[in-house]
Design a protein around this ligand. Sequence first.
Ligand SMILES: Cc1cc2nc3c(=O)[nH]c(=O)nc-3n(C[C@H](O)[C@H](O)[C@H](O)COP(=O)(O)OP(=O)(O)OC[C@H]3O[C@@H](n4cnc5c(N)ncnc54)[C@H](O)[C@@H]3O)c2cc1C
Length: 474
Amino acid sequence: MSKQPEAIVIGSGPNGLAAAIHLQQKGIPTEIYEQAHEAGGATRSAEITLPGYIHDLGSAIHPLCMASPFFKQLPLSEFGLEWVFPEIPYAHPFSDGTAIAGYQDIEQTARQLGRDGNSYYQLMTKLVEDWPKLEGTLLNPIQIPKHPINLASFGLKALMPAKAFSKLYFKDEKTRAYFYGSAAHSTLPLTNLASTSFGLVLGIIGHKYGWPFPKGGAKSIPESLSAYYRSIGGKIHFNRNITHMGELPKAKAYLFDLTPKQLLKIGGTDFHANYRNRMGNYRYGLGIFKMDFALDGPIPFTNPLCRKAGTVHLGFTTKEMESSVNHAFNNHISPRPYIILAQNSVFDSSRAPEGKHTVWAYCHVPNGSKTDMSPYIENQIERAAPGFKSMILAKTTHNTSQMEAFNPNLVGGDVNGGIQDITQLFTRPIAKWSPYNTSNKNIYICSASTPPGGGVHGMGGFNAAEKVLADHFK
Ligand SMILES: Cc1cc2nc3c(=O)[nH]c(=O)nc-3n(C[C@H](O)[C@H](O)[C@H](O)COP(=O)(O)OP(=O)(O)OC[C@H]3O[C@@H](n4cnc5c(N)ncnc54)[C@H](O)[C@@H]3O)c2cc1C
């Protein structure tokens, strides 16, 4: 007979699954209620162009999953998860046909950077060495750091705007543009405090672990997590869109893998008016416009390094990238948007029929924008890969409302569960010693809207589950 659940998780994204697994591992019977027909949230895959072409519907590149202190200790390979490591984690092409590759090896990367090589080498070697001391603090809510000196040294750099940081550390325009490519994942203007932190963390993880992705599609991550969860007694209910606490069984703790806007809509939570007010002030960031292509062959990048890279940052110059994100922040569309592109099928033949390929790409747009960015995205790819357009067999687009229809957590197309600027980076969803607790002692929030924020790492779920264990199951 299955045991009555003592904790209920609402939502089966990476954070919901992490929370449920951690509790279940500690002997607390749990169940998950998920509104979709399958697990994974913004980490799923499907054939959305042509039969036999598997596209990642949300996340596509998973260095954070690989580096996650919680996920890396789970036996996921026994449950079907197999990592694929592209020869080059990421690359940045320029209009003149040259490119910089972000190799896993620091020295190999630095060797391409001319007079910036030494500065890059010194910077990254120290940060990669310090990473084991930093990750515990950076992946958790604000706390007393165990390694304050290392953290202070990281913080002094990471909390600078990317524009100032790249000017301070690098002399060449191309090195600065290459660094911007990772910093712009922040979806923040490159003049904002904290934009550097994304560039540094993604760079460090790229050197330490690479930028891998799962064989067969991003869906292999939630599939392996769900299979492991079930193997230890967990239960997932699909097609259950929760709108009121009364729809859930009685339990000691409820963990919501939702963003603040959605959590506030759930009936029967009895939140205090003050908590509601503060959660109501939570801010969402830019949205995205996403494109998936089925292609008649690999992308014909002019530069050979780009053909060997799992991820390609199409931003070209520092000016263009600054302008792209500034346009979106000022509610405009950039005709030359910065694009994050993944070409998983080049390294994983299970993603497309023989000789054919899949391409995943998105650019940032104002939150809630309905503009069709397809021509701009295709033009940007064509600039680095002449002939690309003529190879398109089929394509699918998702604007911000279509992204939100796919997963209600993507509010206005925001992929990070809320803006990750300096005021919301560590204090999401509100400034509180335990941001996972709500004003109802039985209700918790565990999504990407809690520290450490967006990305497939499950640490928000793990941290929230730790709080539940301490509060209810000592
Ligand atoms: C296009 C895109 C590209 C991305 N690229 C990357 C990448 O390359 N690498 C990376 O690390 N991260 C990436 N991300 C971010 C990453 O996918 C998210 O940060 C991560 O999925 C957040 O996990 P989560 O568990 O907090 O929420 P989600 O994954 O959003 O899961 C929330 C779950 O809750 C469910 N739910 C919502 N409301 C209800 C309700 N009322 N009742 C029941 N269930 C409900 C949803 O259906 C969903 O399954 C990307 C995201 C998107 C959208």
